[in-house]
Design a protein around this ligand. Structure first.
Ligand SMILES: [Zn+2]
Length: 355
């Protein structure tokens, strides 16, 4: 069989088909909810992508906007025979028209019977947040520190911000009242374990208990030391949730499953980025991405015969989740909860707020 183009420069190949059959098909539930995916209309870009921007961060090089139609096509290729739904949102990047990006994501999600989060502009008043939550299909918001202000030189100008600088209290009050969903990408170079993050996450939970708070990417804890520093501090709050998107590291999945339990974890891909092929390596508190394409970040190439066996990052992430669940004796019911049941329950709880 021929390879199928996915999005950007990535294809679905024989290697992926074999990987799916060997490592994933046997245990992955029939229904899946991917609760962390970015869809975007490329025509909503306000500032052109430049080579300089591509060089700033590996993710910038591989996050070309993906339409909902392309996502649907990729679902069919990467999850053969599975029913896939999404909780989707735009790209949190001020190089795009954010208001129009929210309209696009919302419209597409309604059309596909998915749900959407609106990118939260930190300048919005409480009334503006309420207006956004009134729109069909919108169950909450996706705040992000890069939405504080545009800096063409770096996406991390505001990485050391307080969470409340990009998820302000006036927004949280409305989100709490409306029992909305918040997928929170935490700031700080030190990631979730930074004492400010731990303190602020606890403050949100204490002051705004009506919010369904989902910490994205396990709090950006992609390495074992980061996970060990952060997870124990948030172990006891049974109503605090995490998405496991963008995490390929089996050790991190293991720590998360042992610390939080499968009931507090929802599946996410963080696509389109994770259609990338290759492997991730971890040394201490750093990770290195390797792929088979000629990209700026891809400095540590492996021999061609090794690169030829690369599969999609999203498949590597799935294998890590699957093998960790197996090791820990997490049965099919709990696996189903991670991939579908938990998100479904939370979406239902959030959507029921108006009834
Ligand atoms: Zn994301």
């Amino acid at each position: 069989m021929e390879s199928v183009p996915l999005t950007h420069i990535w294809h679905y190949t024989e290697v992926d088909r074999a990987f799916w059959a060997e490592h994933l098909e046997g245990w992955l539930p029939q229904r899946l909810i991917d609760a962390h995916v970015h869809i975007a209309d490329p025509s909503l870009r306000l500032e052109p992508m430049t080579d300089e921007k591509r060089r700033q961060h590996w993710a910038a090089e591989v996050s070309d906007p993906m339409t909902a139609q392309t996502l649907e096509h990729c679902d069919r290729a990467t999850f053969p025979g599975r029913a896939v739904e999404h909780l989707a949102f735009g790209l949190p990047d001020l190089d795009f028209d954010i208001e129009a990006s929210n309209d696009y994501a919302r419209g597409q999600c309604v059309e596909h019977s998915w749900h959407s989060l609106s990118l939260l502009l930190p300048q919005w008043s409480g009334e503006r947040v309420a207006e956004e939550l009134d729109k069909p299909g919108v169950i909450g918001v996706k705040p992000y520190y890069s939405l504080i202000g545009r800096d063409p030189a770096t996406r991390d100008r505001y990485i050391e911000a307080s969470i409340f600088e990009f998820l302000p209290h006036c927004a949280l009050e409305v989100l709490n009242e409306r029992r909305a969903w918040v997928t929170l990408h935490v700031p700080k170079a030190d990631r979730l374990g930074h004492p400010d993050n731990i303190r602020e996450v606890k403050e949100i939970r204490r002051r705004y208990p009506g919010v369904t708070l989902v910490i994205a990417h396990f709090g950006r804890c992609y390495t074992e030391p980061h996970a060990r520093e952060a997870f124990p501090a948030l172990a006891d709050d049974t109503e605090l949730y995490f998405d496991n998107s963008a995490v390929l590291n089996p050790v991190v999945h293991r720590l998360a499953l042992k610390t939080f339990g499968p009931e507090r974890i929802v599946y996410g891909t963080d696509n389109p980025i994770f259609y990338m092929r290759g492997r991730r390596r971890w040394t201490g508190r750093r990770y290195i991405n390797q792929t088979n394409a000629n990209l700026h970040f891809n400095k540590d190439r492996e021999p061609p015969e090794v690169e030829a066996r690369y599969t999609l990052y999203m498949y590597e992430a799935l294998r890590a989740i699957g093998s960790t669940c197996e090791d820990l004796g997490i049965g099919p019911d709990k696996v189903e909860a991670i991939f579908c049941g938990n998100a479904e329950r939370l979406i239902r709880r959030v959507s029921a707020r108006d009834e």
